[in-house]
Design a protein around this ligand. Structure first.
Ligand code: ATP
Ligand code: MG
Length: 241
C-alpha cells in the first residue's frame, strides 16, 4: 500500500527565496507525525505545499500514491486533505454554525452531515453552546476548536495542522492534544506543525525536524525525545556532554 502522503525531493520557492530544499516526508495511514523546526524553517510552507498553495518547483507530492500536481485546493479537500491553518482563519462575521457548514461545502447535505456535526459537538461541547455566536467574537481557544471542527466536517483522511496550540493557555493546549489523539484514534491521519515539541512528541508516532528548509532529523517520536539536539533546541533542556 502506498503511503498516504509522500514528498519526493520537494523544492519550493517564493520568488528567488528557496525555502524547502529537497525535502522527503512519508506519512503512513493512521499515523500522527509532527513537524518541528525553528522560525522560518519552512514548516508552514510545508503545509501550504500540501494544500497546493505553494506548489513545488522541483520534486513531487503524492497523496494515496497519486501526484497532486495540478490538483486544485478544493479538489485536494475533496480527496480527503483538510487544513487547520496557522492563526486559524475562521469567517469572523459568520456564526459558528455557518463556519462549520462552510467546512462541509464540498459535500451534499443529509443525515451524514448531521452525524458529523454531532461528532464535532461531542469532541467540542463548547462549540455546540456557541453555534449562533459570530466566530469573530469567540475567544482564541474557542476559535481553535471551531477551526478543528470545521476541518473535520470534510471527513478528512489527512488532517494538516499548523500550530494548533498557538496562543492557548496550558490547560487548553492539553485539551487540544487530547482531541488530536482522539481524532487520530477515530481513523484520521495527522500531520502537525508544533512549537510545543515536548507535547507534540508525547502524542506523535514519528517526527521530522526542519532546519532552514532541510530535514535534518527524523524518526520515532520516543527516540527523538532522547536526542540531545532536540532536547537542547526544542525541549529547552541543557544537555551536559
Ligand atoms: N508568501 C511569502 N512570500 C515570501 N516569502 C515568504 C512567504 N511566506 C513565507 N515566506 C518566507 O519563507 C520562509 C519560511 O516561512 P514559513 O512560514 O514556512 O516558516 P515557519 O517554519 O512556518 O516559521 P514560524 O515558526 O515562524 O511559523 C521565511 O523566511 C518566510 O519569510
Ligand atoms: Mg509557521
Amino acid at each position: 500500500m502506498p503511503d498516504l502522503l509522500e514528498f519526493r525531493s520537494v523544492d519550493t520557492y517564493y520568488g528567488d527565496l528557496h525555502v524547502l530544499k529537497s525535502v522527503d516526508y512519508r506519512i503512513a495511514e493512521g499515523e500522527i507525525v509532527c513537524l518541528l523546526g525553528g522560525n522560518a524553517s519552512g514548516k508552514s510552507t510545508t503545509m501550504k505545499a500540501i494544500m497546493g498553495v505553494v506548489p513545488p518547483r522541483r520534486g513531487e507530492i503524492l497523496f494515496q500514491g497519486q501526484p497532486l500536481a495540478g490538483v486544485s485546493v478544493a479538489d485536494r479537500v475533496r480527496r480527503g486533505i483538510a487544513p487547520v491553518l496557522e492563526a486559524r482563519r475562521l469567517f469572523p462575521r459568520m456564526t459558528v454554525y455557518e463556519n462549520l457548514e462552510m467546512g462541509a461545502y464540498t459535500r451534499q447535505p443529509g443525515p451524514e452531515l448531521e452525524k458529523d456535526l454531532e461528532r464535532v459537538f461531542t469532541l467540542f461541547p463548547v462549540v455546540k453552546e456557541r453555534l449562533k455566536q459570530l466566530a469573530g467574537t469567540l475567544s482564541g481557544g474557542e476559535q481553535q476548536m471551531v477551526a478543528i471542527g470545521r476541518a473535520l466536517m470534510t471527513r478528512p483522511k489527512l488532517l494538516c495542522m499548523d500550530e494548533p496550540s498557538m496562543g492557548l493557555a496550558p490547560v487548553l493546549v492539553e485539551q487540544v492534544f487530547d482531541i488530536v489523539k482522539m481524532i487520530n484514534r477515530q481513523g484520521t491521519t495527522i500531520f502537525m506543525v508544533e512549537q510545543n515539541a515536548n507535547m507534540a512528541l508525547s502524542i506523535a508516532h514519528r517526527a521530522y525536524v526542519l532546519q532552514t528548509g532541510q530535514v535534518v532529523l527524523s524518526g520515532a517520536a520516543a527516540e527523538l525525545r532522547q536526542n540531545d539536539l532536540i532536547r537542547q533546541a526544542y525541549l529547552g533542556e541543557m544537555v551536559v556532554t
